[in-house]
Design a protein. Sequence first.
Length: 58
Amino acid sequence: MSKFEDRIAHQVQAARGNAKKYLGRAVGNRRLESEGRREQASGNVKRAADKLRDAFKR
């Protein structure tokens, strides 16, 4: 994958996790809510790593 595709994939992962989190909260499914939180956090960490990597390349 290219750098651009990775960034999009990480952003999509964070958004998908956010959707799962709110869906789980809406239907009262704690497992889905926690899974969404984990997925969102993972996507956010990967996005932060991308930004950090770019900062040191410049």
